[in-house]
Write a protein that binds this ligand. Structure first.
Ligand code: ADP
Length: 394
C-alpha cells in the first residue's frame, strides 16, 4: 500500500509517499510560503526539484503535490488511485484522543475543539485535512496526534498546581508533544536493548530544534518535559523551556510590552538563540563555542545541564532506568552533546564508549559493556510511524 503522510503548518505542507510493505520512501517534499508566493521542494529517488510556483492556499499546494507524484517524468505513481490512504500529523488532540483515528466529520469537529490549545498548529492541520479530503474523497484519512502517546500520564504528572477550575474549565494541564517520536523510539530502544517493552523503564531524549524528554514505563508514557504547549521543559533552538513564571510580568513591566509580545519572545527569541545571540542552529552554536564565544559556551552549558537534570528526575520517577535513547537532529548527530550529557550521568552508572559515540545518524550503542544503563542513539522517523499507524487503521 502507498500511504501519503501529510504534515501541514500555517504556511507549509510537508509530505512523504511511503510504501507500507517495504517502508521505503518513494517521494518526499515540502511546500513552503503557502499564501505568500510559493515554492515546492520535491525529491524522488536521486531526483531533486525546486519549483517556484504560486501557492495561494493549502488546496492548491496539495493539488500541485499530486501533479508531481503523477508527473510523467518525475512522478513515482501512474495515477492517484495508487495512493491508498493519507495519514495526517495533528499537533494537539487534547484529552479527547489517546490514539490515532480514521477521520470523519465528527472527528474534525472534535479536533477543532482542541484548537484553542494549539492556535498556531491545529487550524493549519485541519486546513490540510480538508484540502486532502476534497482532492481524494474516496480514500481513508487518518489523524495521528503528537499528544496521544502521553495521554497515559497519571494526574500527578499532568496537573499543574494552579486553581483547579483552570483545568476543568479550560483544560490547563500537561499534554506533552513529540508523542509519535517518543513512541517510535521507545519501542525501538526496547528491541535494541533486548528488553520486554511491556516491562521496561526507558528514558527518551528527543533533542532537535524542538526538544523533549519522556519517561516510558512498561510501554506507557508516565511523564514528559513539554507541557500544555511545546514551550515547557528543555532549552530549545528558540524556546526558553522552563523559567520562573514571575519573569513574564517582570519583563513586561520593565520593557513595557504586552503578554502577547512576551509570548513571542519566549517562543521565537529565547532558547539557544536568545542566550547565545549567535544562532538557533546547534552547529553554528558549536562553531562559535569552539572559537571561544563565551555566550555560545554558556548556552551550550545551560542546554546540556537542563537535559541532565531531567534525566535525573525521570530516573527517580521511573524508579531506575533500563535504557536511555538519544534521538532527533542533535541527539542523533552531536557526539559532543551526547558525551557532555553522558559524563553528567556518571552518578547513575552511565559510561560512554568514546569510539562508538563518534558515529552519527545511525542506531548505535553509545555506552560501554560495563555501563549500568545502556545508552543508544536511535534515529527517529515520525513519518514512518504515521504511515504505520495509518496502514494499521485502514
Ligand atoms: P526539528 O525537527 O525540531 O526542526 P531536528 O530534529 O531536525 O529539528 O534537529 C535540528 C537541529 O539538529 C539543529 O539545531 C541542527 O543544528 C542540529 N544538528 C543537525 N545535525 C547536526 C550535527 N551533525 N551536529 C550537531 N547538531 C546537528
Amino acid at each position: 500500500m502507498n500511504i501519503l503522510v501529510v504534515n501541514c503548518g500555517s504556511s507549509t505542507l510537508k509530505f512523504q509517499l511511503i510504501d507500507s510493505e517495504t517502508e521505503q520512501v518513494k517521494a518526499s517534499g515540502n511546500c513552503e510560503r503557502i499564501g505568500l508566493d510559493g515554492r515546492i521542494k520535491y525529491n524522488a529517488g536521486s531526483q531533486k526539484t525546486v519549483l517556484e510556483t504560486s501557492l495561494p492556499d493549502h488546496a492548491v499546494a496539495i493539488s500541485r503535490v499530486f501533479d508531481l507524484l503523477t508527473d510523467a517524468k518525475d512522478g513515482v505513481i501512474n495515477s492517484l488511485d495508487e495512493i491508498h490512504a493519507i495519514g495526517h500529523r495533528i499537533v494537539h488532540g487534547g484529552e479527547k484522543f489517546s490514539s490515532s483515528v480514521v477521520i470523519t466529520e465528527d472527528i474534525i469537529k472534535e479536533i477543532e475543539t482542541c484548537n484553542s490549545l494549539a492556535p498556531l498548529h491545529n487550524p493549519a492541520n485541519i486546513l490540510g485535512i480538508r484540502a486532502c479530503q476534497r482532492a481524494m474523497p474516496k480514500i481513508k484519512h487518518v489523524a495521528v496526534f503528537d499528544t496521544a502517546f502521553h495521554q497515559t500520564m497519571p494526574a500527578k504528572a499532568y496537573l499543574y498546581a494552579l486553581p483547579k477550575e483552570y483545568y476543568s474549565k479550560y483544560g490547563v494541564r500537561r499534554y506533552g508533544f513529540h508523542g509519535t517520536s517518543h513512541s517510535f523510539v521507545s519501542k525501538r530502544l526496547a528491541e535494541l536493548a533486548g528488553l520486554d517493552y511491556g516491562n521496561s523503564k526507558l528514558i527518551i531524549c528527543h533533542i532537535g530544534s524542538g526538544a523533549s524528554i519522556s519517561a516510558v514505563k512498561n510501554g506507557k508514557s508516565i511523564d514528559t518535559s513539554m507541557g500544555m504547549t511545546p514551550l515547557e521543559g528543555l532549552v530549545m533552538g528558540t524556546r526558553s523551556g522552563d523559567i520562573d513564571p514571575a519573569i513574564i510580568e517582570f519583563i513586561c513591566q520593565k520593557e513595557n510590552i504586552s503578554v502577547n509580545e512576551m509570548s513571542v519572545i519566549l517562543n521565537k527569541n529565547s532558547g539557544l538563540l536568545g542566550l547565545s545571540g549567535v544562532s538557533n542552529d546547534f552547529r553554528d552554536l558549536q562553531e562559535a563555542a569552539e572559537n571561544g564565544n563565551k555566550d555560545a559556551v554558556n548556552s551550550y552549558d545551560v542546554f546540556v545541564y537542563r537535559i541532565i537534570k531531567y534525566i535525573g528526575a525521570y530516573y527517580m520517577a521511573l524508579g531506575g532506568a533500563d535504557a536511555i535513547a538519544f534521538t532527533a537532529g542533535i541527539g542523533e548527530n552531536s557526539s559532543e552533546v551526547r558525551k557532555s550529557i553522558m559524563d553528567g550521568l556518571a552518578a547513575i552508572g552511565v559510561e560512554i564508549d568514546e569510539e562508538a559515540n563518534k558515529k552519527r545518524g545511525e542506531e548505535v550503542l553509545l555506552s560501554t559493556p560495563s555501563s549500568k544503563i545502556p545508552v543508544w542513539s536511535v534515529p527517529t522517523n515520525e513519518e514512518l510511524a504515521i504511515a504505520r499507524e495509518t496502514a494499521r487503521l485502514i
